[in-house]
Design a binder for this molecule. Structure first.
Ligand SMILES: C[S@@+](CC[C@H](N)C(=O)[O-])C[C@H]1O[C@@H](n2cnc3c(N)ncnc32)[C@H](O)[C@@H]1O
Length: 279
């Protein structure tokens, strides 16, 4: 057998193993012993199902996160002599609102994502994003920095955003490259390993330049999640693990549980939002 064929069959077998293990898993069951980021078939992530479940209508949790992140970025960039800057949303998936929250101040905005299916979704959104994202933009417009944007947000998004297929663990090649950053539901929602969770936070933080404002969101005590027919792993973290992961890389930051509770999502106990500045 040619090496290429051997690789093909190996990949097929791995895919079969993954499908068997992941699709049939009952929701809320016991966590698999170890499911690392590289074990997961991220190409199976269904952006259409994900958006339909999470972002078709604005949930109170996202509205609360938007309030916090909007005020944090607006306060930072109101200071004289800051911006325009280069921004990054790590593990953007099928969520545009972290990017929208950085939009007014960016002249380049990278949506960095590992799943080819999500990359295709994001690329389709660049020229003119779907209407469901308008309700998220409306919350941001409660601050005049967003409301008084000189350009239509869709035009600014199309002009500024670039979608990049990549792995968070490879970000070490780009230390300090971005001057504002977000990472929502990624470090704890891509593995069930605590080591990989902490390393994910580290890679995100190190990609930011000193002083860069950041915002990150985390599912609290998540047991993993379904997107369409597939199950994806999560790392069980609470406020203390989130704080400990950020502390070495941030000077002043806040990490707090949201007051809002889940309407459509399940399998976790709450959400944590963290924001501050890169050390
Ligand atoms: C729960 S989703 C969060 C998506 C989005 N940020 C949001 O707020 O809804 C987790 C995302 O992390 C991405 N991801 C998983 N492993 C990754 C990696 N190694 N590097 C970059 N992104 C990754 C997944 O493809 C998926 O889009």
């Amino acid at each position: 057998m040619r090496p290429q064929c051997a690789r093909f069959w190996y990949r097929e077998r791995a895919r079969f193993w993954y499908r068997e293990r992941m699709t049939l898993r009952p929701s809320g069951g016991a966590q698999l012993t170890q499911l690392k980021n590289a074990d997961v078939s991220w190409g199976a992530f269904d952006p259409k199902a994900y958006v339909k479940h999470n972002y078709r209508a604005l949930q109170s949790e996202d509205a609360e996160i938007l309030d916090v992140v909007r005020d944090h970025f607006a306060d930072h960039f109101r200071r004289p002599g800051v911006g325009p800057v280069r921004g990054i949303d790590v593990g953007a998936g099928a969520n545009l609102y972290p990017a929208l929250a950085m939009l007014p101040w960016c002249d380049e905005l990278t949506l960095f994502e590992r799943s080819p299916a999500n990359v295709r979704y994001l690329k389709r959104q660049v020229d003119s994003y779907d209407e469901n994202w308008d309700q998220f933009w409306d919350v941001l417009c409660e601050d005049e920095a967003y409301d008084s944007l000189a350009m239509d947000p869709r035009k600014k998004f199309a002009k500024t955003v670039d979608v990049e297929l990549g792995d968070i663990f490879d970000l070490q090649r780009h230390e300090g490259r971005w001057s504002v950053g977000t990472m929502f539901f990624v470090a704890e929602s891509m593995t069930n390993s605590h080591r990989e969770f902490a390393l994910g936070v580290e890679r995100f933080m190190r990609a930011l330049a000193p002083g860069a404002p950041f915002a990150a969101a985390f599912m609290e005590h998540s047991k993993g999640y379904h997107v369409g027919d597939y199950f994806f792993p999560a790392c069980d973290v609470g406020e203390s693990e989130v704080r400990a992961s950020l502390e070495p890389f941030a000077d002043e930051f806040i990490a707090k549980r949201l007051k809002s509770s889940a309407a459509v999502r399940n399998g976790y106990t709450g959400m944590i939002v963290a924001y501050g500045r890169r050390r």
